[in-house]
Design a protein around this ligand. Sequence first.
Ligand code: C5P
Length: 303
Amino acid sequence: MREVRVRVPAKINLGLAVAGPRPDGYHDVATVYHAVALYDEIVAVPHDRVEIETHGEQADLVPDERGNLAAEAARLLARTAGVDAGVHLTVVKRIPVAGGMAGGSADAAAALVACDRLWGTDLPREQLLQLAATLGSDVPFALLGGTAVGLGRGEQLTPAMARGTYHWVVALADGGLSTPAVFAEIDRLRQGRELPDPSVPAELMAALRRGDPVELGQALSNDLQPAALSLMPELAKTLEVGLGDGALGGIVSGSGPSVVFLVENAERALDLSVVLSAAKVCRDVIRVTGPVPGARLIEAVRG
Ligand code: C5P
């Protein structure tokens, strides 16, 4: 292939239950991932080594090939499949960096799909998912997309029975939060407390089965929210403005600091985004729908 182009969505967590720390430092979770129509795009062309360039408003916050998860994904695939080739990856970044929407994981998933096609390695889906899991807890979901339950570190996925399309308003914060820092903060806040095994709330699954946005709004939950609020207290104001305007529900997404609000329809989404912008409680506001599929090939140019 001469050029391969892949599109990959951001995720939000509709529910995120977090256990205490494991001996390996990770936390077992029970989460419901939901892929939303906010995409990064990756273009892969042959090169003599692995190289990456990033475009977009936050491009300067993205590490170069030495610390970039997408570059690591390409190197891992080459090693695993015994490929002696490089790749030049161009990333068009729209998913917020360090925003709790798995932007870095998304790019890693996209790089796996792109390089697998570029190099003709054609690994079985199951093996790509395994490679994804070694790269990061959220990377397998970026391959899968849709709405899915994640157990273990989040990498053990089962697609969820979910009906309907949901309208979300995402308030992007000024600055990011480090995922390890947010997990460490929840450990600190919950120190000494007996924690139940993490589980996905039955009401959340029932709301998804029924496709009922009102019930879903009430069932949204995130154990990491108190930690994100503790590290970034101004997020409380964002939540207050959105919920005060009548959103069906609102939570911090994953480890934050992006805050997502569920609303009834596209018109309500526009209204709420105007209210959030006017209140000056965030850097930017975007409207997205979900669920959408995971990393997908858009174009593969032969040559
Ligand atoms: O899996 P990933 O590399 O994306 O995780 C980044 C960091 O987030 C981990 O090093 C860990 O500190 C924290 N984490 C965790 N439990 C999870 C997922 C992530 O503690 N289930």
